[in-house]
Design a protein around this ligand. Structure first.
Ligand SMILES: CC(C)(COP(=O)(O)OP(=O)(O)OC[C@H]1O[C@@H](n2cnc3c(N)ncnc32)[C@H](O)[C@@H]1OP(=O)(O)O)[C@@H](O)C(=O)NCCC(=O)NCCS
Length: 147
């Protein structure tokens, strides 16, 4: 298992990125300006993550996704730890997500705390209803962690 930072041809990881954010147009809003790290299992990409700088001392994990067959094996946490180490002492890392236990549980297990919410984000910014774990997503909830 190896984590590599990717600077070129990031679109080749779109199939993985779509697991974390199912609308391609939304991914394209942050893909180029974001920094990408991919976890490889042998030659196979098993997990992806994208982080952007949103302001002075404010970083955002825009996407994190692990192949379904590789979930719950610690890969998501390993990628997060990569960014925590890379951005150490540089402010705060936040992550926005739908309000479902599968993702909020992941962030709280990784030391993040609830920060704020943007009401109806998924309703206004996505061109189709977004379902996650059988629930229609409405608000974007943000979690954050000091770096
Ligand atoms: C959410 C996701 C990135 C988590 O990655 P993962 O590799 O499966 O998670 P890990 O195995 O690294 O788990 C890390 C911790 O989170 C916890 N966790 C992971 N999934 C969880 C879940 N569904 N519910 C509750 N806790 C969970 C684990 O128990 C673990 O806790 P521990 O360190 O105390 O043992 C992954 O499930 C995924 O890609 N989901 C689909 C895409 C997605 O929803 N992305 C997030 C968009 S914001």
């Amino acid at each position: 298992m190896k984590i590599r930072e990717i600077t070129k041809n990031k679109e080749r990881f779109l199939p993985l990125l779509l697991l974390g954010d199912e609308q391609e147009s939304m991914i394209r809003r942050y893909l180029e300006r974001g920094s990408m790290a991919v976890l490889f299992h042998g030659e196979r990409a098993a997990a992806v993550s994208v982080v952007t700088k949103e302001g002075d001392g404010l970083w955002e994990l825009k996407n994190i996704a692990v192949l379904p067959c590789c979930q719950k094996k610690g890969y998501g946490k390993k990628l997060l730890e990569f960014w925590l180490e890379r951005l150490k002492g540089q402010g705060v890392l936040q992550a926005g997500t739908g309000e479902v236990p599968s993702t909020t549980g992941f962030y709280t297990a990784c030391g993040f705390q609830f920060s704020h919410r943007i009401p109806d984000f998924f309703v206004y910014h996505y061109d189709h209803p977004i379902m996650e774990d059988g629930k229609l997503l409405k608000d974007m909830v943000y979690f954050s962690r000091k770096l």
